[in-house]
Design a protein around this ligand. Structure first.
Ligand code: AKB
Length: 317
Protein backbone atom coordinates (compact mmCIF):
# COMPACT_ATOMS: atom_id res chain seq x y z
CA UNK A 1 0.00 0.00 0.00
CA UNK A 2 1.34 3.45 -0.93
CA UNK A 3 1.96 6.18 1.67
CA UNK A 4 1.30 9.41 -0.15
CA UNK A 5 2.00 13.08 0.65
CA UNK A 6 0.32 15.78 -1.42
CA UNK A 7 1.84 19.24 -1.04
CA UNK A 8 -0.22 22.19 -2.27
CA UNK A 9 -3.30 20.08 -1.52
CA UNK A 10 -5.74 23.01 -1.24
CA UNK A 11 -5.59 24.10 -4.90
CA UNK A 12 -7.71 23.23 -7.93
CA UNK A 13 -6.08 19.82 -8.54
CA UNK A 14 -5.34 18.87 -4.93
CA UNK A 15 -8.84 19.47 -3.61
CA UNK A 16 -10.03 16.68 -5.93
CA UNK A 17 -6.88 14.54 -6.13
CA UNK A 18 -6.72 14.05 -2.34
CA UNK A 19 -10.24 12.51 -2.06
CA UNK A 20 -9.63 10.51 -5.24
CA UNK A 21 -6.38 9.01 -3.90
CA UNK A 22 -7.98 8.41 -0.48
CA UNK A 23 -10.79 6.47 -2.15
CA UNK A 24 -8.16 4.22 -3.79
CA UNK A 25 -5.43 3.90 -1.13
CA UNK A 26 -7.39 4.58 2.09
CA UNK A 27 -7.82 7.84 4.02
CA UNK A 28 -4.94 7.24 6.42
CA UNK A 29 -2.47 6.54 3.61
CA UNK A 30 -2.91 9.93 1.95
CA UNK A 31 -1.56 12.94 3.85
CA UNK A 32 -2.68 16.36 2.60
CA UNK A 33 -0.40 19.35 3.24
CA UNK A 34 -0.88 23.00 2.42
CA UNK A 35 0.35 26.40 3.57
CA UNK A 36 -3.25 27.30 4.46
CA UNK A 37 -5.12 25.07 6.92
CA UNK A 38 -8.14 27.34 6.47
CA UNK A 39 -8.48 26.38 2.77
CA UNK A 40 -8.29 22.66 3.60
CA UNK A 41 -10.96 22.10 6.26
CA UNK A 42 -12.75 19.37 4.29
CA UNK A 43 -9.47 17.55 3.50
CA UNK A 44 -8.35 17.78 7.14
CA UNK A 45 -11.65 16.39 8.45
CA UNK A 46 -11.48 13.34 6.17
CA UNK A 47 -7.86 12.27 6.79
CA UNK A 48 -4.37 13.30 7.89
CA UNK A 49 -3.48 16.96 7.25
CA UNK A 50 -0.32 18.99 7.92
CA UNK A 51 0.18 22.73 7.64
CA UNK A 52 3.33 23.13 5.54
CA UNK A 53 5.12 25.78 3.53
CA UNK A 54 6.74 23.57 0.88
CA UNK A 55 9.72 25.95 0.79
CA UNK A 56 10.53 24.88 4.36
CA UNK A 57 12.74 21.89 3.57
CA UNK A 58 13.13 20.79 7.20
CA UNK A 59 9.39 20.83 7.89
CA UNK A 60 8.72 19.04 4.58
CA UNK A 61 11.32 16.37 5.34
CA UNK A 62 9.99 15.86 8.88
CA UNK A 63 6.48 15.13 7.52
CA UNK A 64 7.86 12.62 5.00
CA UNK A 65 9.66 10.79 7.84
CA UNK A 66 6.75 11.05 10.30
CA UNK A 67 4.35 9.23 7.96
CA UNK A 68 6.90 6.97 6.19
CA UNK A 69 5.94 8.56 2.89
CA UNK A 70 6.91 6.74 -0.33
CA UNK A 71 5.22 8.96 -2.94
CA UNK A 72 5.16 12.79 -3.10
CA UNK A 73 2.69 14.70 -5.26
CA UNK A 74 4.02 18.25 -5.59
CA UNK A 75 1.13 20.49 -6.64
CA UNK A 76 2.59 23.79 -5.42
CA UNK A 77 2.60 26.41 -8.22
CA UNK A 78 1.68 29.94 -9.17
CA UNK A 79 -0.12 29.71 -12.54
CA UNK A 80 0.79 31.45 -15.80
CA UNK A 81 -1.01 34.80 -15.55
CA UNK A 82 -0.32 35.26 -11.83
CA UNK A 83 3.33 34.44 -12.43
CA UNK A 84 3.68 37.43 -14.76
CA UNK A 85 2.64 39.78 -11.93
CA UNK A 86 5.62 38.70 -9.82
CA UNK A 87 8.10 36.56 -11.77
CA UNK A 88 10.65 36.30 -8.95
CA UNK A 89 8.05 35.05 -6.51
CA UNK A 90 6.74 32.57 -9.10
CA UNK A 91 10.25 31.20 -9.69
CA UNK A 92 10.98 30.98 -5.95
CA UNK A 93 7.73 29.13 -5.18
CA UNK A 94 7.49 26.88 -8.24
CA UNK A 95 11.15 25.84 -8.31
CA UNK A 96 11.62 25.92 -4.53
CA UNK A 97 8.78 23.43 -3.94
CA UNK A 98 10.09 21.22 -6.74
CA UNK A 99 13.73 21.15 -5.60
CA UNK A 100 12.63 20.36 -2.04
CA UNK A 101 10.36 17.56 -3.32
CA UNK A 102 13.21 16.09 -5.38
CA UNK A 103 15.98 16.12 -2.80
CA UNK A 104 13.65 14.93 -0.02
CA UNK A 105 12.48 12.14 -2.35
CA UNK A 106 16.10 11.18 -3.05
CA UNK A 107 16.96 11.06 0.67
CA UNK A 108 13.81 9.10 1.61
CA UNK A 109 13.44 6.84 -1.43
CA UNK A 110 10.15 8.35 -2.62
CA UNK A 111 8.57 8.60 -6.07
CA UNK A 112 7.60 12.12 -7.20
CA UNK A 113 4.77 13.42 -9.37
CA UNK A 114 4.92 17.09 -10.42
CA UNK A 115 2.54 18.38 -13.08
CA UNK A 116 3.95 20.05 -16.15
CA UNK A 117 1.72 21.95 -18.56
CA UNK A 118 1.01 23.07 -22.12
CA UNK A 119 2.92 26.09 -20.78
CA UNK A 120 6.15 24.10 -21.24
CA UNK A 121 5.89 24.91 -24.97
CA UNK A 122 6.68 28.26 -26.56
CA UNK A 123 6.26 30.36 -29.69
CA UNK A 124 8.71 28.25 -31.73
CA UNK A 125 7.02 24.92 -30.92
CA UNK A 126 4.88 23.33 -33.68
CA UNK A 127 1.33 24.43 -32.79
CA UNK A 128 -0.79 21.61 -34.20
CA UNK A 129 -0.44 18.05 -32.95
CA UNK A 130 2.53 19.27 -30.90
CA UNK A 131 4.88 16.24 -30.68
CA UNK A 132 5.99 14.64 -27.42
CA UNK A 133 9.64 15.46 -28.11
CA UNK A 134 10.00 18.87 -29.71
CA UNK A 135 11.39 22.38 -29.31
CA UNK A 136 10.61 23.79 -25.83
CA UNK A 137 11.89 27.38 -25.86
CA UNK A 138 9.18 28.51 -23.48
CA UNK A 139 10.79 31.85 -22.69
CA UNK A 140 7.84 34.26 -22.68
CA UNK A 141 6.38 33.38 -19.25
CA UNK A 142 8.10 32.61 -15.96
CA UNK A 143 5.56 29.79 -15.58
CA UNK A 144 6.85 28.22 -18.81
CA UNK A 145 10.48 28.70 -17.74
CA UNK A 146 9.64 26.91 -14.46
CA UNK A 147 7.82 24.07 -16.25
CA UNK A 148 10.70 23.39 -18.67
CA UNK A 149 13.20 23.61 -15.80
CA UNK A 150 11.01 21.28 -13.75
CA UNK A 151 10.86 18.69 -16.53
CA UNK A 152 14.65 18.74 -16.93
CA UNK A 153 15.37 18.70 -13.21
CA UNK A 154 12.99 15.78 -12.68
CA UNK A 155 14.62 13.80 -15.51
CA UNK A 156 18.02 14.66 -14.01
CA UNK A 157 17.02 13.24 -10.60
CA UNK A 158 15.81 10.08 -12.35
CA UNK A 159 18.94 9.66 -14.50
CA UNK A 160 21.47 10.67 -11.85
CA UNK A 161 19.95 9.36 -8.61
CA UNK A 162 17.28 6.89 -9.72
CA UNK A 163 14.42 8.90 -8.18
CA UNK A 164 11.16 7.63 -9.71
CA UNK A 165 9.98 10.96 -11.16
CA UNK A 166 6.93 11.00 -13.46
CA UNK A 167 4.82 13.81 -14.91
CA UNK A 168 2.17 14.84 -17.43
CA UNK A 169 1.78 18.09 -19.36
CA UNK A 170 -1.70 19.12 -18.28
CA UNK A 171 -3.95 21.09 -20.59
CA UNK A 172 -6.29 23.68 -19.03
CA UNK A 173 -8.17 21.77 -16.34
CA UNK A 174 -11.93 22.23 -16.05
CA UNK A 175 -13.64 21.40 -12.78
CA UNK A 176 -16.52 22.47 -10.55
CA UNK A 177 -15.11 21.80 -7.06
CA UNK A 178 -12.41 24.47 -6.65
CA UNK A 179 -11.89 27.41 -9.00
CA UNK A 180 -8.47 27.71 -10.61
CA UNK A 181 -6.62 30.95 -9.86
CA UNK A 182 -4.54 33.05 -12.22
CA UNK A 183 -4.33 30.69 -15.19
CA UNK A 184 -4.69 31.55 -18.89
CA UNK A 185 -7.18 28.74 -19.44
CA UNK A 186 -9.42 29.82 -16.51
CA UNK A 187 -12.01 31.29 -18.91
CA UNK A 188 -13.09 27.74 -19.78
CA UNK A 189 -14.14 27.19 -16.15
CA UNK A 190 -15.57 30.67 -15.49
CA UNK A 191 -17.81 30.45 -18.58
CA UNK A 192 -19.89 27.65 -16.95
CA UNK A 193 -20.32 29.59 -13.70
CA UNK A 194 -21.39 32.76 -15.52
CA UNK A 195 -23.66 30.81 -17.88
CA UNK A 196 -25.56 29.43 -14.86
CA UNK A 197 -25.51 32.57 -12.70
CA UNK A 198 -25.90 35.34 -15.31
CA UNK A 199 -26.73 33.74 -18.66
CA UNK A 200 -23.83 35.64 -20.21
CA UNK A 201 -20.02 35.70 -20.20
CA UNK A 202 -17.27 38.13 -21.13
CA UNK A 203 -14.36 36.14 -22.52
CA UNK A 204 -10.78 37.36 -22.03
CA UNK A 205 -9.17 35.46 -24.91
CA UNK A 206 -10.03 36.03 -28.58
CA UNK A 207 -12.36 34.04 -30.76
CA UNK A 208 -10.29 31.48 -32.66
CA UNK A 209 -7.77 30.89 -29.82
CA UNK A 210 -7.43 27.11 -29.62
CA UNK A 211 -5.97 25.46 -26.51
CA UNK A 212 -6.02 21.91 -25.15
CA UNK A 213 -8.42 21.43 -22.23
CA UNK A 214 -9.36 18.48 -20.02
CA UNK A 215 -12.13 17.59 -17.58
CA UNK A 216 -10.85 16.95 -14.05
CA UNK A 217 -12.00 13.27 -13.79
CA UNK A 218 -9.76 12.42 -16.76
CA UNK A 219 -6.88 14.38 -15.21
CA UNK A 220 -7.21 12.48 -11.91
CA UNK A 221 -7.26 9.14 -13.72
CA UNK A 222 -4.18 10.15 -15.71
CA UNK A 223 -2.20 10.84 -12.54
CA UNK A 224 -3.10 7.52 -10.92
CA UNK A 225 -2.57 5.53 -14.11
CA UNK A 226 0.85 7.07 -14.74
CA UNK A 227 2.02 6.59 -11.14
CA UNK A 228 0.86 2.94 -11.25
CA UNK A 229 2.42 2.28 -14.68
CA UNK A 230 5.07 -0.42 -15.12
CA UNK A 231 8.36 1.54 -15.10
CA UNK A 232 9.91 -0.79 -17.66
CA UNK A 233 7.33 0.42 -20.23
CA UNK A 234 8.13 4.14 -19.73
CA UNK A 235 10.43 5.49 -22.43
CA UNK A 236 9.56 9.04 -21.31
CA UNK A 237 9.10 10.40 -17.80
CA UNK A 238 9.10 14.18 -17.55
CA UNK A 239 6.77 14.87 -19.02
CA UNK A 240 4.01 13.17 -21.08
CA UNK A 241 1.69 15.07 -23.43
CA UNK A 242 -1.90 14.15 -22.54
CA UNK A 243 -4.89 15.47 -24.47
CA UNK A 244 -8.63 14.98 -24.63
CA UNK A 245 -10.16 18.03 -26.33
CA UNK A 246 -9.05 21.24 -27.99
CA UNK A 247 -11.47 24.12 -28.58
CA UNK A 248 -11.77 27.89 -29.02
CA UNK A 249 -14.22 30.13 -27.12
CA UNK A 250 -16.99 30.05 -29.75
CA UNK A 251 -17.10 26.25 -29.62
CA UNK A 252 -17.60 26.05 -25.85
CA UNK A 253 -20.24 28.82 -26.09
CA UNK A 254 -22.07 26.86 -28.82
CA UNK A 255 -22.01 23.74 -26.63
CA UNK A 256 -23.49 25.70 -23.70
CA UNK A 257 -26.24 27.10 -25.99
CA UNK A 258 -27.45 23.53 -26.62
CA UNK A 259 -28.60 23.64 -22.96
CA UNK A 260 -29.13 27.40 -22.48
CA UNK A 261 -30.23 28.78 -25.88
CA UNK A 262 -30.22 32.42 -24.67
CA UNK A 263 -26.60 32.31 -23.44
CA UNK A 264 -24.65 35.33 -24.71
CA UNK A 265 -20.89 35.87 -24.96
CA UNK A 266 -18.85 38.99 -25.72
CA UNK A 267 -15.12 39.68 -25.53
CA UNK A 268 -12.82 41.91 -23.50
CA UNK A 269 -9.32 40.71 -24.26
CA UNK A 270 -6.70 40.48 -21.53
CA UNK A 271 -3.47 41.20 -23.47
CA UNK A 272 -1.26 39.23 -21.06
CA UNK A 273 -3.46 36.12 -21.23
CA UNK A 274 -3.87 36.45 -25.01
CA UNK A 275 -0.10 36.58 -25.56
CA UNK A 276 0.36 33.54 -23.34
CA UNK A 277 -2.44 31.62 -25.11
CA UNK A 278 -0.91 32.48 -28.51
CA UNK A 279 2.40 30.96 -27.43
CA UNK A 280 0.84 27.63 -26.41
CA UNK A 281 -0.11 24.67 -28.64
CA UNK A 282 -3.46 24.48 -30.41
CA UNK A 283 -3.49 20.74 -29.71
CA UNK A 284 -0.97 18.19 -28.45
CA UNK A 285 -0.13 14.75 -29.80
CA UNK A 286 -0.45 12.30 -26.89
CA UNK A 287 0.51 9.08 -28.73
CA UNK A 288 3.40 8.31 -26.35
CA UNK A 289 1.15 8.43 -23.26
CA UNK A 290 -1.36 6.16 -25.00
CA UNK A 291 1.35 3.68 -26.02
CA UNK A 292 3.55 3.69 -22.91
CA UNK A 293 0.91 3.61 -20.14
CA UNK A 294 -2.49 3.26 -21.76
CA UNK A 295 -3.78 6.84 -21.46
CA UNK A 296 -7.38 7.04 -22.76
CA UNK A 297 -9.59 10.00 -21.77
CA UNK A 298 -13.34 9.54 -21.33
CA UNK A 299 -14.69 13.10 -21.69
CA UNK A 300 -15.04 15.31 -24.76
CA UNK A 301 -16.45 18.85 -24.98
CA UNK A 302 -20.05 17.60 -25.23
CA UNK A 303 -20.00 15.17 -22.29
CA UNK A 304 -17.97 17.58 -20.14
CA UNK A 305 -20.42 20.43 -20.81
CA UNK A 306 -23.41 18.23 -19.88
CA UNK A 307 -21.79 17.35 -16.58
CA UNK A 308 -20.37 20.81 -15.76
CA UNK A 309 -23.72 22.55 -16.25
CA UNK A 310 -25.49 20.05 -13.98
CA UNK A 311 -22.83 20.25 -11.25
CA UNK A 312 -22.42 24.03 -11.31
CA UNK A 313 -26.21 24.48 -11.24
CA UNK A 314 -26.41 22.20 -8.16
CA UNK A 315 -23.90 24.48 -6.40
CA UNK A 316 -26.21 27.46 -6.77
CA UNK A 317 -29.61 25.76 -6.23
C1 AKB B 1 -2.68 28.00 -16.78
O1 AKB B 1 -3.52 28.45 -17.58
O2 AKB B 1 -1.74 28.66 -16.32
C2 AKB B 1 -2.79 26.54 -16.39
C3 AKB B 1 -2.02 25.68 -17.32
C4 AKB B 1 -2.54 25.36 -18.66
O3 AKB B 1 -0.96 25.23 -16.99
N1 AKB B 1 -4.17 26.16 -16.37
Amino acid sequence: MKKILIVGAGGQIGSELVPHLRSIYGNNNVVAADISAEKCKALAEAGPFEELNALDGEGFSAIVKKYNIDTIFNLVALLSATGEKNPKLAWDINIGALTNSLYIAKDNNCAVFTPSSIGAFGNDTPKDKTPQDTLQRSNTTIYGVCKVTGELLSDYYFNRFGVDTRSVRFPGLISYVTLPGGGTTDYAVEIYYDAIRKGSFTCNVKEGTYMDMMYMPDALNAVVQLMEADPSKLKHRNSFNIASMSFEPEQIAAEIRKHLPDFKMDYQIDPVKQAIANSWPNSMDDTCAREEWGWAPKFDLTSMTNDMLIKVKEKFD
